[in-house]
Design a binder for this molecule. Sequence first.
Ligand code: NAD
Ligand SMILES: N/C(=C/C=C\C=O)C(=O)O
Length: 437
Amino acid sequence: MAGRGGLLMLENFIGGKFLPCSSYLDSYDPSTGEVYCRVPNSGKEEVDAAVEAARAAFPGWSSRSPQERSQVLQRLADLLEQSLEELAQAESKDQGKTVTLARTMDIPRAVQNFRFFASSILHHTSECTQMDHLGCLHYTVRAPAGIGVPPGVVNIVFGTGPRVGEALVSHPEVPLISFTGSQPTAERITQLSAPHCKKLSLELGGKNPAIIFEDANLAECIPTTVRSSFANQGEICLCTSRIFVQKRIYSEFLKRFVEATRMWKVGIPSDPSADMGALISKAHLEKVRSYIKKARMEGAQILCGEGVDKLNLPPRNQGGYFMLPTVITDVKDESCCMKEEIFGPVTCVVPFDSEEEVIQRANNVKYGLAATVWSGNVGRVHRVAKKLQSGLVWTNCWLIRELNLPFGGMKSSGVGREGAKDSYEFFTEVKTITVKH
Ligand SMILES: NC(=O)c1ccc[n+]([C@@H]2O[C@H](COP(=O)([O-])OP(=O)(O)OC[C@H]3O[C@@H](n4cnc5c(N)ncnc54)[C@H](O)[C@@H]3O)[C@@H](O)[C@H]2O)c1
Ligand SMILES: N/C(=C/C=C\C=O)C(=O)O
């Protein structure tokens, strides 16, 4: 809804109704740095109302058949598809990404998720064992732990993490938390939820390596690794931020990779030729830039991007949170740029000699989310993939998502997995029943 001065005013959605809030936060258009929207600054009161609405809806919704709930999810997917363009524009305006990316990736993926899970909930089976000598049959049943769509079943409460997020994760009547975000926040959420023994699914950050062997197909590897490094301004948990290249092809790779990176166009989000838009916030842009400053101070080389090449933007977008895709070399494995998640359009390229060496170096970070391995040797890609401490390994490709199989990270990249079976098990409680006959 439009509010004062034509600003978009968002409202919470609780118990099937849009509700105003007592205070609001400014939300900025990342491509201009200007306030374009006001968002409810909700707190405990709003969270309590949302949890109460959800608890009231739970008995009715959880007793609906999987077929009924599947139809609701399919209908949601239909509505998303019908509003694809409007949603893509809104997502781009809110996050800074190009409209093209929102139109071709984010919104279609949301539709795919709803359709996938609308189907998968129809095909789960339970387990059963027999103890004939005791005349016993044991079987499992699963009951919903979370909730779906009718009034009160989905509630949207806007606000800041510390204020509204903490009220939600520490609420005694919220039995489980599916969190996607940074590891430091996950640490806080784990502390707050511990007294209630809540079930946690944590999808966290990564410091994802690309390992490029000398027999890699560079014509495929280079464009894909540019995309895996800089898509969505590098603000994808699965983005590549460390590129290990076998020594014999290191110089050729670096030359071609930097050329291709310079072709990765930064532009205003509405520009259909732009490959990358603005970063999410001014604070995040400054955080990402600080890593490049640190790299310079450590004696690393910045081959292109921030501080090397010129960013051309229209006058209206000079205040936007833009930066160029940046390639760092001559950086040590111990550098913060090689150890910490930057979550921006920054990637480090370093050489390696042997398979054993690169596996040890790739694993030598606290994260373990995703990795890519590039080689024409099928035995090697299987062997290396198995030894990498990552929950996801793509070989000779990137970001081909298979929703049937587990998605998630190990070590500091998270706890638990998402996917057909994994999500079903996370969002339900299992019970074993024994019947003596
Ligand atoms: N593994 C995945 O699937 C995946 C997907 C996307 C992003 N990520 C990760 O998310 C991070 C970037 O997202 P971000 O900047 O929004 O992360 P963030 O941790 O800053 O915030 C994540 C969410 O937590 C909320 N929050 C913040 N403090 C909180 C608190 N004290 N209590 C409760 N809630 C709180 C925020 O409001 C936000 O909604 C990166 O680390 C990225 O790798 C992971
Ligand atoms: N959960 C997922 C996250 C993907 C990218 C995050 O930045 C997914 O693909 O299912």
